[in-house]
Ligand binder design. Structure first.
Ligand code: AMP
Length: 212
């Protein structure tokens, strides 16, 4: 299965990507996670991306298209993949088409803005393995510690309230038109994000079952 996850920042793409990845045995790739790892490691890519990310702006298309091109050509993706956070603009979607990649489904997780702002304030991420938790909706078993790898959880710098508003604006202006783009291609599936992670997962699995 070749899948794209669409949705506002904080809609739960990363969390659902993990669930889908486990169920279908396909890798999930998050451009945001790759970029955060590059910043942590102080690589040239990280240095290029950092100021955009700190402001809540999108990293230039050419940079993320390059990351995805390299990733999709790896053996890892032979049997399918989940793209979490890519494409995020029409030029990125066109670049994916130009790579000759055929996508089976584009899953859009809908959550309204007020809920997003509330959710982001409780989000905690693991910079070691990329897992995402939430203090209320998806709490780690041990406070401040990642369930998946046992390392410390942190608050993302770009989850600060004023940056979240700017990221939402970017989402509505630049990313949301992708819904129309994929709807016209006939492979858009919309799921309403629920309060509880498991409830959303149930809807996601139901929606994906028709692409098996
Ligand atoms: P995410 O973890 O998906 O919320 O991404 C965090 C940040 O990484 C975004 O706010 C952007 O600055 C950057 N980023 C991730 N994916 C993309 C993309 N496809 N295009 C441009 N910037 C991206």
């Amino acid at each position: 299965m070749k899948l794209i996850l669409l949705g506002a920042p904080g809609a739960g793409k990363g969390t659902q990507a993990e669930k889908i990845s486990t169920k279908y045995g396909i890798p999930s790739v998050s451009t945001g996670e790759i970029l955060r790892a590059a910043i942590k490691d102080n690589t040239a890519l990280g240095m290029e991306a950092k100021s955009f990310m700190d402001r809540g702006d999108l990293v230039p298309d050419a940079v993320v298209i390059g990351i995805i091109k390299e990733y999709l050509s790896s053996d890892n993706c032979k049997n399918g993949f989940i793209l979490d956070g890519f494409p995020r603009s029409i030029p990125q979607a066109e670049a994916l088409d130009a790579m000759g990649v055929t996508i089976d489904a584009v899953l859009d997780i809908e959550v309204d803005d007020a809920k997003i702002v509330e959710r982001m304030s409780g989000r905690r991420v693991c910079l070691t393995c990329g897992a995402t938790h939430h203090v209320v909706y998806n709490p780690p078993k041990k406070e401040g510690i990642c369930d998946k790898c046992g390392k410390e959880l942190t608050i993302r710098k770009d989850d600060a309230p004023e940056t979240v508003l700017s990221r939402l604006e970017t989402y509505h202006n630049i990313t949301e038109p992708l819904k129309d783009y994929y709807s016209k291609k006939g492979n858009l599936v919309v799921v309403e994000g629920q309060e509880q992670v498991d409830e959303t997962t149930k809807l996601v699995f139901e929606a994906l079952s028709r692409f098996e």
